[in-house]
Design a protein around this ligand. Structure first.
Ligand code: S3P
Length: 434
């Protein structure tokens, strides 16, 4: 596990063999949150023990759930829907947008008040997107000009949720769905652009009755959640770094088993294939109501890309590493409709544009797009702005860079992928922590 602030990565040998990626971050959060509100014992396998997900464990413990780790698994003794207790201090969501947004939905509808906050980066991120719809249904939330800390005065009498997507965000949809679990009557959720549906899938898995069509879901609140063990597939967003590494490092061939291939998460594979990537998915199967598969990736010659529209939400977290694939492909790539990237752990359009230019790849941006001129990565020094995915994206770029790349402010890699550096070393990557 890395606790260093800076990385230096040099040109490296091909990636070969098997890469075991840790559990999916989105599902890990949801398994703890929903598992805590089921009644009975749940064993979670392949839980992601990253900083973000460990914060979710602390948060649910502070609300009364009993959660223990044993033999690489997590055990929850769920307390049921109506037994959450007032936390005795401010809940700390750390760097996690998913935790703060999902939990605020639950806290809004309790019979107690609470406060939730985050680190410096999280407290600059937009919360208006959850505050407005929650308040419109009766929630009482004080904020720092629509940013965290959020002071929530619980109100058990929220109106049934009627959600029409304003911004394509699974966190917003899930926030409102979690509030709706506590509200009598039927809540409805409509999305023009369907976002990741892990909350819905896990609710269904835990016995929740709902009506589902492609764009709309409705369910009645106050149903019990049934305790059932949960196996979590590995995270495609983390796998994406190794997928791109194997594609761009000549003579590579890797297998990445047990990846969650939920249809709202696999955009990165669809798009890389369009660029000419040799990726196959084998052994497709269902586990804990999510689709899982094994990936085989062989080095490939990549062509440039012109991308925009609905597919963006299915690869939103993979855009930084996709930009690296564009940087080493032949031709000019243009990716548009990506303004949401500006509101992530850093302004990812700015962080990537600055970093790409610093290592010799000409790129320019507008508010919601980036243009990248494919070429040779020359090396240099880049600032990751404390953003895990920017740090990992440039670590992969460095594997084929003429000279080394130094990446600063990389500690937060542990928020999503604590053993990233170990797995890079297992693949003989020339990587040093400073
Ligand atoms: C997530 C949804 C996405 C994603 C984030 C995880 C989730 O955020 O970027 O890393 O678990 O629901 P948005 O809902 O802001 O798009």
């Amino acid at each position: 596990m890395s606790s260093s602030n800076n990385l230096i990565v040099n040109k490296s040998k091909p990636f070969l063999g098997k890469v075991i990626i840790p559990g999916d971050k989105s599902i890990s959060h949801r398994s703890i949150i929903l598992g805590s509100m089921a009644k009975g014992k749940i064993i979670i396998t392949n839980f992601l023990k990253s900083d973000d997900c460990l914060k979710t464990i602390s948060a649910m413990r502070s609300l009364g759930a009993k959660i223990t780790a044993f033999n690489e698994q997590i055990m929850i003794e769920g307390i049921g829907l109506n037994n959450l207790k007032k936390p005795n201090k401010t809940i700390d969501a750390g760097n996690s947008g998913t935790l703060i947004r999902l939990l605020t939905g639950i806290l809004s509808v309790q019979n107690f008040s609470s406060t939730i906050t985050g680190d410096e980066s999280l407290n600059t991120r937009p919360m208006r997107r959850i505050i407005n719809p929650l308040v419109a249904h009766g929630a009482m939330i004080d904020s720092n000009n629509f940013k965290a800390p959020l002071k929530i005065t619980g109100n058990t009498k929220l109106l049934p949720i009627n959600y029409k997507q304003d911004v394509a965000s699974a966190q917003v949809k899930s926030c409102l769905m979690l509030a709706a679990l506590f509200i009598e009557g039927e809540s409805k959720f409509y999305e023009d652009i369907v976002t990741r549906d892990h909350t819905e899938n896990l609710l269904e898995y835990l016995g929740y009755d709902m009506n589902k069509s492609e764009h709309e879901i409705s369910f009645k609140g106050c149903q019990p959640l049934i305790a059932k063990d949960i196996n979590i597939g590995s995270d495609i967003s983390s796998a994406a770094f190794f997928i791109v590494a194997a594609l761009i490092l000549k003579n590579s061939e890797i297998k990445i088993p047990n990846i969650n291939i939920n249809k709202y998460r696999v955009g990165i594979i669809t798009v890389l294939k369009k660029m000419g990537a040799n990726i196959s998915i084998i052994n497709k199967r269902l586990d804990s109501n999510e689709e899982i598969g094994d990936l085989i990736i062989k080095s490939s010659h990549l062509k440039s890309l012109n991308l925009g529209g609905e597919i963006i939400s299915t690869l939103i977290d993979e855009l930084p590493i996709l930009f690296i694939a564009c940087a080493v492909s032949s031709g000019v790539s243009k990716i548009s409709g990506i303004e949401e990237l500006r509101y992530k752990e850093s302004d990812r359009i700015k962080s990537m544009e600055e970093g790409l230019n610093a290592v010799g790849i000409k790129s320019t941006s507008t508010l919601d797009s980036i243009e990248i001129n494919g070429g040779e990565i020359l090396g240099g020094k880049i600032n990751s702005y404390g953003d895990h995915r920017i740090a990992m994206a440039f670590s992969i770029a460095a594997l084929i860079s003429k000279k080394s790349i130094t990446i600063t402010d990389t500690k937060n890699i542990s928020t999503s992928f604590p053993n990233f550096i170990d797995l890079m070393r297992e693949q003989r990557a020339d990587i040093y922590e400073l």
